[in-house]
Ligand binder design. Structure first.
Ligand SMILES: *[C@@H]1O[C@H](CO)[C@@H](O)[C@H](O)[C@H]1NC(C)=O
Ligand SMILES: *[C@@H]1O[C@H](CO)[C@@H](O)[C@H](O)[C@H]1NC(C)=O
Length: 404
């Protein structure tokens, strides 16, 4: 009798202890420093013992990639890679091989830069990577190679390590990453002199939030700037939904127990510093274009082109985030709006079924296109190297324009 009581008592203590440590952990999430470790993971570099100034280590041709520095207006130094497409490298191999390797003190003096700036047909992808790691980690190098896949003489990529990542200075924050993105865009348009119609913004995971911010920021300027397109791989709707669905190491649902109590979740979300409201920014971006077309004054804006791709087996960020984003985007094309359920009913009309390859739906208006493509496989990162992504980038460059 008393033995059972003692046993029950220890079980009760164990349960109480577990519950208490869970809540202590949830409380810890309200601390900005801890949030940064969850959202940005910039201290996990994943390219330990490798010098990110020698990209040949990740399978690039000699001097195919030029590492250089960008300076932000608020005094940070960002590490960047300019990746030449291999067809172009081959045409100029002799000259490129003779140039000094490693970090260049002056990118404008390099042959690769000249090949970008002086070619009126050059296309440029501005690349915003996900959380953790550096320019050289994981599936990023294969991803750069997939990007130029469709046009190996033409598509250049410039990728950056945000502040606090890799060898870039500073530490990350939403404001900081926005500044970093704008610094890259200004470099592309003012230094490399690539007009926005020849620029596509690419983001994966955290990078999708940066890319959407940037597209919207430029579309809202008094003199709007419109990039050719936006390709978003494994995006998240906003940080609020991200924390609610986040799983540690892809398995332990962090806040799902809390998410069952919307009021508690909303309370916790008040403490989140960096909100990255991508779904709202994307909707605003699309509304700007849609409303401009029906307006009477001024010239119509160039069309928007947004491609969202997600793996059904992505356990870092569930593909439900892409469903949310697509819905908010489509909702912004309808003056009276559309509910999530109504949209689900309409989806079969435009749905293209690709069997084991997944499926795609799109919404096309007179002003632009938003497309959602769900691949059966691809996980969170591997998908970036898939031909579906190469094709999405190709499409983002060539809508309303004849391929060369
Ligand atoms: C983690 O990153 C921050 C920048 O965000 C840096 O100041 C700090 O030194 C890094 N810590 C470690 C242990 O690398
Ligand atoms: C959908 O669009 C309508 C009309 O613009 C708007 O009133 C509504 O807030 C939007 N819904 C969401 C969830 O953003």
């Amino acid at each position: 009798m008393s033995v059972t009581a003692t046993a029950l008592q220890s079980v009760a203590y164990a349960v109480a202890g577990a519950v208490a440590s869970y809540f202590a952990f949830v409380a810890l999430l309200t601390v900005p420093f801890v949030q940064n470790q969850v959202i940005y993971l910039n201290n996990v570099t994943l390219t330990w013992f490798k010098d990110v100034n020698y990209p040949e280590q990740w399978g690039f041709l000699h001097n195919q990639v030029t590492p250089f520095h960008l300076r932000t207006g608020d005094g940070e130094t960002l590490h960047a890679w300019h990746i030449l497409p291999p067809g172009l490298w081959q045409q100029h191999a002799e000259e490129l091989i003779q140039e000094p390797a490693g970090l260049t003190p002056d990118i404008t003096a390099r042959k690769s830069f000249e090949l970008l700036r002086d070619d009126p047909d050059a296309l440029l992808v501005l690349y915003f990577h996900g959380a953790a790691g550096t320019l050289g980690s994981g599936h990023r190098p294969p991803s750069y190679k997939a990007i130029y896949g469709m046009e190996p003489n033409r598509i250049h990529t410039v990728a950056i390590d945000y502040r606090g990542f890799g060898t870039s200075t500073g530490s990350p924050s939403e404001q900081g990453l926005k500044t970093d993105a704008l610094t890259l865009a200004r470099w592309a348009m003012n230094e490399a002199k690539i007009p926005p119609e020849r620029i596509v913004l690419f983001g994966q995971s955290l990078g999708t939030a940066v890319a959407v911010y940037m597209a919207n920021h430029y579309a809202k300027l008094p003199e709007p700037v419109h990039f050719s397109g936006l390709v978003l791989v494994a995006p998240f709707a906003d940080v609020e939904l991200l924390t609610a669905t986040y799983r540690v190491a892809g398995t332990i649902p962090l806040l799902e127990p809390v998410a069952k109590f919307p009021k508690l979740l909303a309370y916790l979300n008040r403490f989140i510093r960096d909100k990255w409201p991508t779904k709202d920014r994307l909707a605003e971006f699309i509304r700007l274009h849609e409303e401009a077309s029906s307006g009477s004054s001024g010239s119509p804006r160039p069309g928007y082109w947004v491609s969202i791709l997600h793996g059904e087996d992505d356990y870092d960020i569930p593909w439900a985030h892409s469903e949310q984003l697509f819905w908010h985007a489509v909702n912004a094309t309808e003056p009276a709006g559309i509910s999530f359920e109504e949209l689900e009913k309409e989806k079969p009309e435009s749905r293209v079924d690709m069997g084991a390859g997944g499926w795609a739906v799109e919404r096309r208006t007179a002003r632009g296109l938003v497309k959602e493509q769900i691949l059966k496989n691809g996980l969170h990162d591997r998908i970036m190297g898939y031909p579906a992504v190469s094709l999405a980038i190709y499409g983002a460059f060539h809508h309303g324009r004849e391929p060369r």
